[in-house]
Design a protein around this ligand. Structure first.
Ligand code: GLY
Length: 351
């Protein structure tokens, strides 16, 4: 088992990573106070039996699978259940699920009685290495995704790669794109693990190592820029500007990790064109993504529509689009506001 501390003064918390942790939940959840587990029917069917390992009374609240969970209506229903079950300020919400459950449960915990503890138990690789850590919570608004939310750090994050066994291969590859992101922006060792190990041979032990490395990197960024307003935490969005636009315009046929993979290739080409990295950096990243089975070319989508989505991104400023630009493999990227022509020419070149 690996333990990583997120040091944020009074809001500090541990991230623990290990196989089989969820088989002994009584060791990882508070012994006192009421507990309410928020999960989805699919997760409950697959893993509901593991909740017996909590070893004491808890309430179970089901929310819809996927983005449907992240609505005001669901927030109200869940708040109503917490009140009905008598949770008080000393109670804890347990978020058991992927990113959508984590975002919703975190948000509900942040406003219930002005904020109660939440323990995140992510069940997807994406949630394990990204959304369960750092306290970003959100629900969607008819005008856009994640437009309403709060910063509410969890009191603990429990990560068990056991959950990955039930994920479709494509979703694992999508999560691996985020782990490659961490390798490029911060830790060449992660890149080397993928270069030296065929993806099919990555067992749970190596997965624990990869996840622990990624969460440690995320923890360091969160510590320096908890509320994402200093431009430091923004580095975690490497590949995400283009990524979100292809995800969005393909109506999610291209999933998050695939979008991020494409976005990382676009950003690396821009870096090369700006003379910040050599050709080999981009070629190495491309080999790595291909090896994992991720796309590396810009799909046939209208470039003007892609640019429109990028401009609407809440991170755009004065008509310039914020891009995280790599400076090498495993080295701190730069945050640049780019003009449209630089981006458009990279998108054209990578078709
Ligand atoms: N997913 C990026 C962040 O948490 O800041």
């Amino acid at each position: 088992m690996k333990a990583i501390e997120v040091s944020l003064g009074a809001r500090s918390y541990p991230i623990i990573v290990g196989t089989g942790l969820v088989e002994r939940l009584c060791d990882h959840l508070p012994k006192n106070g009421k507990l309410a587990v928020i999960t989805t029917p699919i997760i409950n069917d697959l893993y509901g039996n593991l909740l017996e390992s909590i070893g004491r009374t808890h309430d179970l609240i089901m929310v819809p699978d996927g983005e449907e969970a992240k609505t005001w209506e669901t927030v109200e229903i869940v708040l109503g259940k917490l009140l009905e079950y008598g949770l008080d300020r000393k109670s804890t919400v347990v978020a058991l699920g992927g990113g959508t459950v984590g975002d919703l449960a975190g948000f509900v915990a942040s406003i219930y009685m002005r904020g109660i503890d939440v323990v995140q138990i992510p069940t997807t690789l994406l949630a394990m290495v990204d959304s369960s850590i750092g306290g970003k919570t959100a629900v969607n608004h008819p005008m856009g995704k994640n437009l309403v939310g709060s910063f509410h750090q969890p009191s603990k994050v429990v990560i068990d790669p056991l959950f990955l066994n039930s994920l479709p291969e494509r979703e694992i590859r999508s999560g691996l794109a985020e782990t490659v992101k961490y390798g490029i922006i911060s830790d060449e060792e992660i890149v080397k693990i993928f270069e030296n190990t065929p993806v099919e041979e990555i067992g749970q032990e190596v997965m624990v190592e990869i996840i622990a490395k990624c969460t440690a990197i995320k923890a360091r960024y969160v510590e320096q820029d908890e509320r994402d307003n200093k431009g430091i935490r923004a580095s975690l969005n490497y590949g995400h500007t283009t990524g979100h636009s292809v995800e969005n315009l393909s109506k999610h046929e291209i999933n998050h990790g695939e979008g991020v993979a494409i976005g990382m290739m676009v950003a690396a080409l821009i870096a090369e064109n700006m003379g910040l990295v050599d050709r080999e950096m981009r070629a190495r990243q491309e080999r790595l993504l291909k090896k994992i089975g991720l796309p590396t070319k810009v799909p046939v989508l209208a470039i003007d529509e892609m640019m429109e989505v990028m401009h609407m991104d809440k991170k755009a400023e004065d008509g310039r689009i914020r891009f995280v630009i790599p400076t090498g493999i495993g080295s701190e990227p730069l945050l640049e506001y780019l003009s449209e022509d630089i981006i458009v020419s990279a998108l054209r070149e990578l078709r």
